[in-house]
Ligand binder design. Structure first.
Ligand code: AHR
Length: 492
């Protein structure tokens, strides 16, 4: 057997920030409208316009933070159009996503209400690309100022007396692309200027996030850090897995074995990206005060045949579940620098955790990974050494198994394991040190087919089950990890 892991449960390696289990919801396709917002008059059961089935499912994930309103939409969004009586709100065209009418019925108050219902922290992305400094500054004043001021008074007129607590604020999105097609030098100056007027009112302290690099644009990171590190708390990074490349991404559900392997290989590239961006950041920030905020990540495929190409609606299979779990293990590995990550996107868009069709809702395999992995939120990572076989197929090379371990406050050790191979099971030996395993239980997400998914006809095809494929003797665990699986063990 050549797959070996040693875990030292008594050697702590720092906290895993719960915010890496964050989400992203953009005004895009059926993400906000229908997915979350149906309006108070809808026949779909709702709470003040937000659908109850979706709230119920999302609450089970303990979502720590939610990014809104975009994405590319953020740099075209004018927040003042989305407050006040809904019947008076401006109707506009969502130019970036499908050219559909945006009626602005879901605005700041509705978003904050959603965050309250989910008990999640809001993360708002402001408009640099087509908005003014004044507009951004007034949005923060509207949301967080408690005293007498034009914006605070307007908020009260619109029904909200108390200011909201708002910590996370992004100064623009993808400013190298849809957020203004800027050069890093130009954006760095704009960032410095805009963030100056993102004020801290009273005891509300804003955590300022600068728009970071696209994938491996290390020059962007270098320039932003050089010019603006002293006025930022976080720097974003966007990276999507596309098996066929950006222009011909490949299908979400109908794919070849080679495409499975490419997705695994491209998922692991996230590790290299974080390492290299972080190393660059060390030059200006050796103490790692500034976080990498991966506020868009996921596997992004061609849209489902017959659906609006601007809506980015795709199915979700066990392949995406394994990819998500490997992403989380990578984020854990970099817990000294990665302090937030937001999956793209929450509902009906790209690697969604929930899909809806009018009044019906299903949970995707990716949803179940978020649910299984929530035990790692704010837990203490522990030392783990791993030595595993390599899968070398279809021109792709990647480790057979990915793993991570953490200890929660009550002392339970959680080990998450993924088998990245689509066919071969993995025999695994875990040498557990620093604690006595008296009670071991596990859950597994897997399937016989590599493109297994949940559908509206068969919503529970891929769901977690109890895992019993292990034996234990003298703190040595022998595990048979089925192909294409995600396992979380709980050890007391
Ligand atoms: O998530 C979809 C889009 O991908 C976002 O709007 C944009 O930021 C990124 O290019």
């Amino acid at each position: 057997m050549s797959n070996k892991i040693i875990i030292n449960a008594d050697i702590a390696r720092g906290k895993i920030n719960k915010n890496i289990y964050g989400h992203f919801a953009e005004h895009l396709g059926r993400g906000i409208y229908e997915g979350l917002w149906v309006g108070e008059d809808s026949s779909i059961p709702n709470t003040n316009g937000i659908r109850n089935d979706v709230i119920g499912a999302l609450r089970k994930l303990n979502i720590p933070v939610l990014r809104w309103p975009g994405g590319c939409f953020a740099d075209e969004y004018h927040w003042k159009d989305g407050v006040g009586p809904r019947e008076n709100r401006k109707r506009m065209v969502n130019t970036h996503w499908g050219g559909v009418v945006e009626n602005n019925h879901f605005g700041t108050h509705e978003f904050m209400m959603l965050c309250d219902l989910l008990e999640t922290e809001p993360y708002i992305c402001g408009n640099v690309g087509s908005g003014t400094v004044q507009e951004m500054s007034e949005w923060v004043e509207y949301m967080t100022f408690d005293g007498e001021s034009p914006m605070a008074n307007w908020r009260r007129e619109n029904g909200r007396t108390e200011p909201w607590k708002l910590k996370y604020f992004g100064v623009g999105n993808e400013n190298w692309g849809c957020g203004g097609n800027m050069r890093p030098e130009y954006y760095a100056d704009l960032y410095r200027r805009y963030q100056t007027y993102v004020r801290d009112y009273g005891d509300n302290e804003i955590y300022r996030i600068a728009g970071g690099a696209n994938i491996d644009d290390y020059n962007w990171t270098e320039v932003l850090m050089r010019e603006a590190h002293h006025v930022m708390d976080g720097l974003s990074l966007h990276y999507y897995v596309h098996p066929g490349g950006f222009w011909n991404k490949g299908q979400a559900a109908d794919f070849t074995e080679e495409e499975w392997d490419i997705v695994m290989q491209k998922t692991l590239y996230m590790d290299e990206l974080i390492t290299k961006h972080s190393t660059l950041m060390d030059k200006y920030d050796p103490d790692k005060r500034i976080a990498i905020i991966i506020d868009e990540w996921g596997a992004w495929y061609d849209v489902e045949p017959g659906t609006n190409p601007g809506f980015l609606y795709q199915q979700n299979t066990i392949r995406d579940a394994v990819s998500a779990a490997v992403h989380f293990n990578i984020f854990h590995k970099h817990n000294d620098r990665v302090q937030m990550a937001n999956i793209a996107q929450m509902i009906n868009v790209i690697q969604a955790v929930i899909l809806t069709e009018q009044d019906k809702m299903i949970l995707t395999p990716t949803y179940h990974v978020f649910e299984m992995y929530k035990v790692h939120q704010d837990a203490e990572k522990v030392a783990l050494d791993i030595e595993v076989d390599t899968v070398d197929e279809n021109g792709q090379t990647f480790p057979h198994v990915s793993a991570s371990a953490s200890k929660s406050k009550d002392g339970t050790l959680h080990i998450s394991l993924c088998n990245l191979d689509k066919i071969k099971s993995a025999e695994l030996n875990i040498d557990l040190r620093g604690m006595n395993a008296t009670d071991i239980s596990g859950r597994i997400l897997t399937s016989n087919e590599m493109n297994a998914m949940n559908t509206f006809e068969n919503p529970n095809h891929v769901v977690p089950e109890d895992f019993t494929g292990f034996t234990e003797e003298d703190n040595i665990l022998n595990i048979e990890l089925p192909s294409k699986s995600v396992v979380v063990l709980a050890i007391k």
